[in-house]
Structures are given as C-alpha cells and as structure tokens.
Design a protein around this ligand. Structure first.
Ligand code: SF4
Length: 434
C-alpha cells in the first residue's frame, strides 16, 4: 500500500449505521488509508447499507450498483449485508459482503485487497475518531442490537440481541468528543431504555468511582460533561420516570424521543411492542406536569395489518390528548422477513396514504399550537449554520435532521455556539428568534 491508497465510502441509513461508518473510517485512517469522495480516485469503495424498509433496500442495491459501475471494486457492509444472497444475486462481482456492526470483517476484507503496508499512523487520527456529523454535535451509541421482537422489524435478525457498552467506554468516548469541541451528544441505540439489561447493569470504573450500566446513572455522569445530552429511542418503561429529575437538574435536555408507533392496544399487541401495556397518556401527563417545556418526539406507523378505522380514529384521539411536539409517520411497509407480513387484514395502499395525510395534518396543527406557545419565551439555540444575514440553529426541543429549526439574524456567532434568544414568531415547524 502507498500513502495514496484511497477508499470511497458511502454511508446510508440511520444514525446507528452512521456510527458504524465512523468507526470503520477511524480504523482505516489509523492504518494510513485516506478517503475520497470521487469514484474515479478510489482504489476501492465501501457501501454501508440500510436494510430496514424495502425502499431503503432498493436504495442500497442502487448505491452498490452505482459503485460497481463507476468503480468496480466494492465491499458491502451494514444491515443489508445480512442478506448476502440478495446482494450477490443483483451484483455478483462485489468483493465481500459483511453484516452490520462487523467492523473487523470490513477492515479484513479491505486488507485482503489493499493490505496496509505500514504500522498504524495513529497520529493521523484525531483523538475523537472520524466523525461524519458536523464538529459541534455527535451521535454516541451506547448499545448494539435489541432483545425485542417487534413484528414489523428485522433489526434483531440483522444486528442481534442487545449488547450494552460498559459505562466507562461510553463516558470516555463522550469525554473525548467534548474535548474535541462537541457541544451536543445524541444518545442512540435500538432501545435506549434497555441499556445495561444484558450485563445486569454491571458497574465499571470511571475516574474515582464505580458507575452501574444503568441509563439514569449513565445520564447523570454524561450530564457532568457540561454539554447538551439528547436521548433518542427511549421506550416508556416505568424506570424512564427516573430521568425526569435529571431533566429538572438540567443534566439532560428536556427532550425525549419515544417511538410509540401506535396507541391502540390491539395494534400495539400485534406489533409486539415493548412497554405496550403502559398507560402512556398518564405517563405523558405526569412528565409534562413536572417539566412543562418537555419536548416529546415520536414515530408512528399507519396501515399496520389489522388496523381498522376504529383503531386509526383511536390513534388520532390519543394524539389529540397527548399533544406530542414532533412526529414522524410511516406507512406500513411489508419488510421481507418480518413476521407481521403473515398477519391478516392487510390495509390497501390508498387507505394507508389517506391515514398518513390525516395524521400528518393533525400533527401539523398540534405542532403549530405548541410552537406558538413559545413565542415571547427566552430559549437557548445551538448554531448549526452561519449565513451572511441569518443563522440557522436549533432549540433544546429540536434534534438535528429530524426536527425543526430556529432562525436568527446573524450577529457575531459561529457554528456550535449556544446563544440566548427570544422567540418572536413561529410557523408549523420552525421558530424565529432574536
Ligand atoms: S424495539 Fe422493536 S422496532 Fe426497535 S429495534 Fe427492537 S425489535 Fe426493532
């Protein structure tokens, strides 16, 4: 290998896949490989795929096809990599196929084609590793895999059962990121509330103390780093109530991303959702009573097999009561390999679309109302983008990529600054402040 060996890297899919990409790239850079954004300059291209929905699988297969045509030396990894036959059928000449979270195998496959010549150039790698997010925020993955078996999901088949990282590992990565200038850590996993269940909350040594691998304890320690801590994929298990005091003490942001997916008990049961039995509305009221400015984000699926008009109306009523701030909604897609495909009562596409529009229209009204209530309030805004005459940022209630923005006139701020502002107006999803 010469110092010019260049790897092209295509990263598709969710933040968890993005973290995998970052880890592979960090390892490659530590071994002296460089990266390029041009197919023509790459000695080899790695495609990190997504295999969750059929649309994502199609996109992944197309990305592999493009890399094959434009470069020809392609290694496939990620969720779709678990279906090697499908990939080989479409693209028989890919060099190697590895599954999700198999960093060692990807790197080994690259070594086979382009062996590293030198000892690792460890000094070429920044301490925080390679990040694909902007410098001021980073995703922090606390566990891999999932112990649930939701009927619409094939993630456990692709990524295996829950494996939690030791608290000391997570904290040391977090500290390195903060030292490198990260102002906001986005905590991700498949099921954040289940953190540590697999290790029976095994403690590990961090600085002068032992910390159990339990979400509350981890959040408490992360909160001491003095940056924004945002939790994603928090299932509403009873112990999530223990996070409320941490939000009140401003250790973590007043933001919870809780993927409810539905409200009808019948559908939740048929989806085999974790914590489906919980009285979620009561929980939400209780959380909001203690933290009035709590932002709750969620995702929902409409048109799940067996969803009747009655179930859907119940979901709309529930949303009216719950007044969630932010929502992502998906039309049910029959993912191959998911057990839900065998359920009776498939919902026709046009009804799924109709329900999707109805739900999004209701959510638009709710979001508009919730944001209107913020007009006149003093908020903090993290700066994401600086333009000549305005800056684009986010409030504590907005995660990057998926939530809204706050627009401010440009003064002297730079990316990553956290600015005090007053909200002057709002629309359905965004705020304007000064
Ligand atoms: S909790 Fe359910 S939807 Fe989420 S990864 Fe696990 S099985 Fe899939």
């Amino acid at each position: 290998m010469t110092q010019n060996t260049r790897i092209g890297f295509i990263s598709l899919g969710c933040p968890k896949a993005l973290v995998d990409s970052e880890q592979i790239l960090t390892r490659l850079q530590s071994e002296g490989y460089t990266t390029t954004a041009k197919y023509s300059e790459a000695d080899l291209v790695v495609v990190n795929t997504c295999g969750f929905l059929d649309s994502a699988r199609k996109e992944s297969l197309e990305a592999i096809g493009e890399a094959m045509t434009k470069n020809g030396q392609v290694i496939v990894t990620g969720c779709l990599g678990a279906e090697a036959e499908l990939i080989r059928h479409a693209h028989p000449d890919v060099i190697a196929i590895t599954g999700p979270n198999q960093h060692e195998n990807v790197v080994a496959a690259i070594h086979d084609v382009l062996p590293p010549k030198h000892d690792p150039f460890l000094d070429l790698v920044p301490a925080q590793g390679i990040k694909l997010t902007p410098r001021h925020y980073a995703y922090l993955k606390i566990s891999e895999g999932c112990n649930h078996r939701c009927s619409f999901c094939i993630i456990p088949q692709l990524r295996g059962s829950l494996v939690s990282r030791p608290v000391s590992d997570v904290l040391s990565e977090a500290e390195t990121l903060v030292n490198a200038g990260v102002q906001e850590l986005l905590i991700i996993s498949q099921d954040t509330s289940a953190y540590g269940v697999d290790t029976r909350y095994a403690p590990s040594q961090w600085k002068e103390r032992e910390i159990p691998a339990r979400l509350e304890d981890l959040c408490m320690a992360l909160g001491e780093l003095g940056v924004w801590i945002r939790l994603h994929y928090v299932y509403p298990y009873p112990h999530v109530d223990n996070l409320i005091p941490l939000i009140q003490e401003e250790k973590i942001l007043p933001y919870l991303d809780v993927p409810f997916q539905h409200a009808s008990q019948k559908i939740l049961k048929s989806m085999k959702r974790p914590a489906a039995e919980a009285k979620t509305l009561d929980r939400i009221y209780n959380w909001r009573k203690q933290i009035p400015d709590l932002t709750i984000r969620s995702t929902f699926i409409v048109g799940f097999p067996g969803e009747t008009e009655e179930d859907f109306d119940y979901l709309l009523e529930w949303l009216n009561e719950a007044q969630l701030d932010r929502i992502g909604c998906f039309k049910y897609e029959a993912v191959s390999g998911a057990t839900a495909n065998q359920l009776p009562g498939a919902v026709p596409e046009e009804i799924k679309t109709e329900r999707w529009h109805k739900l999004m229209a209701l959510q638009k009204e709710i979001s508009e109302k919730r944001l209107q209530e913020k007009v006149g309030q003093k908020i903090q805004v993290i700066v994401d983008e600086v333009n000549q005459d305005h800056i684009i940022g986010r409030s504590k209630g907005d995660a990057p990529e998926i939530d809204g923005n706050v627009f401010l006139p440009n003064t002297k701020f730079k990316i990553g600054d956290i600015v005090n502002a007053q909200v002057i107006s709002s629309d359905s999803y965004d705020l304007w402040a000064e």
